[in-house]
Structure formats: structure tokens, C-alpha cells
Design a protein around this ligand. Structure first.
Ligand code: CP
Ligand code: NVA
Length: 303
């Protein structure tokens, strides 16, 4: 049984095979074919933060593969105090075939996985967003045909999305640059783990935007204040303003450089309309790919 908690536990082969499966299911979907690979299987989704893409893509993926899905909050599931977390994990996983959790604490997701009898998928925590990173490399490969040697420059806050991208780039032989102000770069604990798990990862950290994107194949950004950090939004706007991805930043990169954003976007803050709606942007293909990736992931874990 395999979980998706962080990408540290996934091998390059597991990652590329999942993406290949998602690609294949996407092609079939385009031809009107929805293989019923998970007939009778049920997914539970437990969320403590809002979601459009993650929630609906996993539910749709499950339905398209012939299965079903149910949705609840941590409070309703009961592990916030109604009963013990191990008891909830054991009971919930005796009903369903997989669990997606979106919450604040990474530890909570790992604790559920420890006690669950079915695969547990991290649907975003304060620390990681692995299903997003799998989708992002799928989207890059669709455009570039390759991943090895591709240079991704993440400009903005060194957050959960950036961390999962740094891991997947390290796993797949891609080059990753984090371009962020000093106070929003990766924390020491993460850097230490990345260095010990992926000693050959090509990771650069800088606060110079133009230097970061000069040789980039992909520029990526995300909101400056993630869910749970709303109280810091004003301070973050000031510190991160010089890291906005706008037309000047795109001009400083090679002309064929792609733009990605996991969405939701705060237009006019981390990205301008001309960039996210422009010819180099794949942000909406990327969003659609969340569903195809979810199908590949569920098929791999449950099929
Ligand atoms: N990218 C992403 O995870 O979007 P949602 O927050 O809408 O799920
Ligand atoms: N970093 C953002 C990603 C949302 C998909 C957040 O955690 O809110």
C-alpha cells in the first residue's frame, strides 16, 4: 500500500509512471473514453481549508473511473476531539478505499496514514502540495517533451507549493531556483531534509529576480499569503512586491519560457493579467491537468 504524503517517499520511476498513466487517461478522455478502473471504490475527502481544484478534481476523477466520493471536514470526521485520531483513521479506512486530506498540519496527515488501512493522499498542508507538483511536471512535459535538465524558477513565497516543486525537480533531474526575499526563503529544517534526501538536487536560492529567470524554461509563482496566513497579507504584500511576475520579468527570461501558477491567483499581486492570460501561460491547462493527474494517481494507488 502506497500513500502520497510528501514526494520524498516517491521514487523517480513512481513519479514518471504516474504521469504517464495520467497522460494516457487524458488522451482517452479526449476521445470520450473513461475506463471504469475503480468501479465500486469510494474516496473520502476530509478538508479544513477551501478548495476548488483539489476537491473537485479528485471527486470528478473518482466518478470518471467508475467509483464514488464523499466529503467531510476534520470536525465532522471526529479527530479534532470527538474521538481519537487512530480510531477515526481505522474506521474511515474500513469504509473507503482512499482518503484525501487537506489541512494545516502535515503531522496530522502522516498520523492518519499511520493508522489507516487504505492509501492516504495529501491534498495540501502548510508544508507540502504533492498532487499539485505531480500535475505541474505533467504540464511541463506536455509542452517541453522532456523534464531532465529543465530549469524551473519559482518567484515569490517559499511556500508549500514551492517546497513540493523543489523536491520533484530534485527527483527528476530538473534545476530549481527559489527567488524570494530573505524572510520568505525555505526554512532550515526543509533545506536540511532536501540536502540529505536529495544530495544531487540542483537548487539555487536568490533574491535577484532577473538573474533567477535569465535561463529559466518555466517561471512559476503562487499567492504571497497562503491559506492560514491571511493576517500577514499586508506585510507580505510590501516585502514581496518586487517579486511580482509581470511583463518585465517575462522579458528577462528566454522567449519560449512558460509561465505556471497553481491557482487561485491574486491578479495584480504575484502576477499581472498580461502574464497569466498571455501566450506563455499554461496556468489553465495546468488546472485542467489536476483532474487527469488525479485519475492517474488514483488508478495507480487503487487500480
Ligand atoms: N491549486 C489548488 O490546489 O487549488 P484549490 O485550492 O482550489 O484546490
Ligand atoms: N500556497 C497556497 C496554495 C493554494 C493552492 C495555499 O496554501 O494557500
Amino acid at each position: 500500500m502506497k500513500h502520497l504524503l510528501t514526494l520524498f517517499d516517491w521514487s523517480p520511476d513512481e513519479i514518471t509512471e504516474t504521469i504517464a498513466l495520467a497522460d494516457d487517461l487524458k488522451k482517452q478522455c479526449g476521445n470520450g473514453i473513461r475506463p471504469q478502473m475503480l468501479t465500486g471504490q469510494v474516496l473520502a475527502q476530509v478538508y479544513d481549508k477551501p478548495s476548488l481544484r483539489t476537491r473537485v478534481s479528485f471527486e470528478t476523477a473518482m466518478l470518471q473511473l467508475g467509483g464514488g466520493a464523499t466529503f467531510l471536514t476534520s470536525k465532522e470526521a471526529g479527530w479534532t476531539g470527538r474521538e481519537s485520531l487512530p480510531d477515526v483513521a481505522k474506521v474511515l479506512s474500513s469504509f473507503v478505499d482512499a482518503i484525501v486530506i487537506r489541512t494545516f498540519s502535515q503531522q496530522l496527515v502522516e498520523d492518519v496514514a499511520k493508522h489507516a488501512a487504505c492509501p492516504v493522499i495529501n491534498g495540501l498542508t502548510d508544508d507540502y502540495h504533492p498532487a499539485q507538483a505531480l500535475t505541474d511536471v505533467m504540464t511541463i512535459k506536455e509542452s517541453t517533451g522532456t523534464l531532465k535538465g529543465v530549469h524551473l524558477a519559482f518567484v515569490g513565497d517559499g511556500n508549500n507549493v514551492a517546497k513540493s516543486l523543489a523536491i520533484i525537480c530534485g527527483k527528476l533531474g530538473m534545476k530549481f531556483t527559489l527567488c524570494a526575499p530573505a524572510e520568505h526563503q525555505f526554512d532550515d529544517a526543509f533545506l536540511k531534509k532536501l540536502g540529505s534526501e536529495l544530495p544531487d538536487a540542483k537548487l539555487d536560492v536568490t533574491n535577484n529576480v532577473k538573474a533567477a529567470v535569465k535561463s529559466a524554461d518555466v517561471i512559476y509563482t503562487d499567492v504571497w499569503a497562503s491559506m492560514g496566513q491571511e493576517g500577514e497579507a499586508d506585510d507580505r504584500k510590501q516585502v514581496l512586491a518586487p517579486f511580482q511576475v509581470n511583463g518585465d520579468v517575462m522579458k528577462a527570461a528566454p522567449s519560449e519560457c512558460l509561465f505556471l501558477h497553481c491557482l487561485p491567483a491574486h491578479r495584480g499581486e504575484e502576477v499581472t493579467d498580461d502574464v497569466i492570460d498571455g501566450p506563455q501561460s499554461k496556468a489553465f491547462e495546468q488546472a485542467e491537468n489536476r483532474m487527469h493527474l488525479a485519475k492517474g494517481l488514483l488508478a495507480r494507488l487503487l487500480g
